[in-house]
Design a protein around this ligand. Sequence first.
Ligand code: TA6
Length: 300
Amino acid sequence: PQPTVRSDKGRVTATLPTGDSVEVLTYGATVISWKSGSGQENLWVSEAAKLDGSKPVRGGIPVVFPCFGPPPKDHATGKLPQHGFARNSQWEFLGKSSSESGASSSKADDSVTLDFGLSTAQLSEEAKKAWPFDFGLVYSVTLGKGRLQTMLNVRNEGKTSFEFQMLLHSYFRVEDISRTETRGLGSVTYVDKVLNATEHQQTDPNVRITGEVDRVYKSIKIDTTSIVEGGQPRLDITRDNLEDTVLWNPWIEKAKGMGDFEPKDGYKKMLCVEVGAVEGWQKLEPGDTFEGGQIVKSHV
Ligand code: TA6
């Protein structure tokens, strides 16, 4: 049997013969569900998340481009909203490509790739005015057995170079944050946005979340960051051509402060591990492309 793909009213879903499934909104090309063959949901989406395009989705995997966080006022992205325009633009579903695995296409490790496109022509007038550069994005979402790969390809279609940041703002689901550890960040330098953006070094190889955490780990040597629950491996997040990873949990007060964050104690069931290129800027010359993304493996 082959993977099945359905596209209807701005939602694209793919299911493998193994039961693994993924659901993507063309709004923001936001992955809002990724289930392993066991039926286990691996992403967290707020019960109050807007899925109608009225605001970026609170959960799943929002695509952050061309700037991460509030853009510097003196930068070309300075007039864009926090985290840029990609996550709140209407992308186009470009279709699927099934990578036949080897000779026999019936092998259970068949995967399916869903491609989404966003270019200057599809931007709102205000976004075009705020960031007047010709670009093309192709976001490829590949569903495999126990695996989700999401890659962003950025192309400079214009005549002048531009600078950008990119990040995949993944909200991963955990059973209980108090039994969760994040590994692979040992001795990495990070900027702690809860401590006035001061720079620190990660001493403990296992990061536990016991309060609000908002850290930008930079130039990480080990390419995989793992979420471990109750001592058991849960999710392995491997960066592809990206060097930074943001760790974020809003905890009690910040969860209370977000109108679209429900239930309010949902911070106990989620952890953002966000791979990106957010330290400084990537410069892209006319005609050049940049590609970066993540391969996430689920152990459940
Ligand atoms: O990725 C962490 C972060 O930059 C936090 O500082 C917080 O602002 C979070 O993103 C959510 O941002 P949003 O614009 O989606 O509310």
